[in-house]
Design a protein around this ligand. Structure first.
Ligand SMILES: C[S@@+](CC[C@H](N)C(=O)[O-])C[C@H]1O[C@@H](n2cnc3c(N)ncnc32)[C@H](O)[C@@H]1O
Length: 353
């Protein structure tokens, strides 16, 4: 194991910061549990032992969520019935003191497994609700180009957003998408309507990820579910419905870093289709040299784009905690436009494009 061991005080700070973050952004349960776990870490207790082999930057890796995710996997997998009685995701009722005692029992009983997860298992999510933000962007591309879309995604995770055309949407008063889909995604909508008349046709779809998850693999599905917070029942239901849609025709996701993959994908010619590179909440994880490589590849392919083979770059990213931006750059013109200001989980869209 390389790297410097962190002090109990540093680790406790990371647990406290994550507790505040969870309490503020939708998980009072994790807020309460992590506050108590932070005190335990500061004392050098059970949680300090679980993260003792971890090396890295806890805030960047969301270390406390690694631990809680691994514990949630035990709960969802039926291996921690005591704690399941307190987690809404398994029909339980939360009460902080009892839940924390049960949490400690689970940690004690599965110490080796949780220690391993804390040092190696990255937090991995795939938020299908983001399709509600992305779909008006795809509609805009379809409206502008009149062509089928050749969809390419970087940082796909399990690829659930690659199937944006297989869901039904309620964007404020606007109804779009596949009316027969088992998954309805609703978002608040503010601003001019999306391009409702445009027809979405997907010519092909493919993604890449440094650590792709396979929707057919029960362990991977459990892993995705485990990183949903235990009181987010809507989110869990959406994830399960999206997995059902995806498993019927699993997405092709290459296990490759984005930089090299984008170059390969853009090297292939695709006349009669609009090539669309898209990503959501991925840019932050990509190091600067790889970002520059992607940008160069896009600009050089953009310079070769024509109205018969246009190129689009749709991204839901941002640098502010309060909101993300949906931006679209479309070649041959190469114009870059802010389309919307959006909630990071895709539940709010303020359309400005
Ligand atoms: C926060 S998740 C977002 C997943 C998905 N885009 C979504 O919106 O739900 C970030 C994903 O990016 C992947 N990732 C991180 N760095 C990457 C890189 N350099 N190349 C490709 N994928 C990467 C991670 O493995 C993870 O699946």
């Amino acid at each position: 194991m390389t790297g410097v061991a962190l002090s109990h005080a540093e680790l406790a700070d990371a647990f406290r910061a994550q507790a505040r973050g969870c309490a503020l952004t939708g998980s009072p349960i994790y807020g309460a549990l992590l506050e108590r776990a932070a005190d335990d870490v500061a004392r050098g207790g059970l949680f300090a032992d679980l993260v003792s082999s971890y090396r890295g930057v806890p805030m960047l890796d969301a270390l406390p969520l690694r631990v809680l995710g691994a514990i949630h996997a035990l709960v969802l997998g039926g291996r921690a019935p005591g704690l399941a009685a307190f987690y809404p995701s398994t029909g339980g009722r939360f009460e902080a003191e009892g839940a924390f005692r049960a949490l400690c029992e689970v940690c004690d009983a599965h110490r080796a497994e949780l220690r391993e997860a804390a040092s190696t298992q990255r937090v991995q999510t795939n938020e299908v609700q983001r399709s509600a933000v992305l779909v008006p962007g795809f509609l805009r591309i379809a409206a502008r180009t009149g062509l089928p879309l050749r969809i390419r995604e970087i940082g796909s995770s399990a690829g659930l957003n690659l199937f944006f055309d297989r869901y039904r949407y309620e964007l404020g008063p606007h109804r779009i998408g596949d009316a027969a889909s088992p998954l309805a995604l609703a978002a608040r909508w503010d601003g001019a309507p999306p391009d409702l008349e445009a027809t979405l046709r997907v010519a092909s779809r493919r993604g890449c990820d440094v650590a792709p998850l396979d929707v057919r693999d029960p362990a991977h599905r459990l892993r995705l579910e485990s990183f949903v917070w235990p009181e987010q029942l809507d989110r869990l239901a959406r994830l399960r419905a999206a997995l059902e849609v995806a498993v019927r025709a699993p997405p092709a996701i290459d296990a490759e870093p984005a930089g090299a993959w984008v170059e390969t994908q853009l090297g292939e010619r695709a006349p009669g289709a609009a090539t669309v590179l898209f990503h959501s909440v991925v840019w932050w994880y990509i190091a600067e040299p790889e970002r520059a490589r992607i940008t160069r590849a896009m600009e050089s392919a953009g310079a070769r784009a024509t109205s018969a083979a246009p190129l689009a770059w749709l991204r839901m990213e941002g640098s502010r905690l309060e909101e993300a931006e949906l931006r679209l750059r479309l070649w041959p013109e190469g114009e870059d436009a802010l389309l919307a200001r959006v909630h990071w989980h895709g539940v709010d869209v303020r359309w400005v494009g």
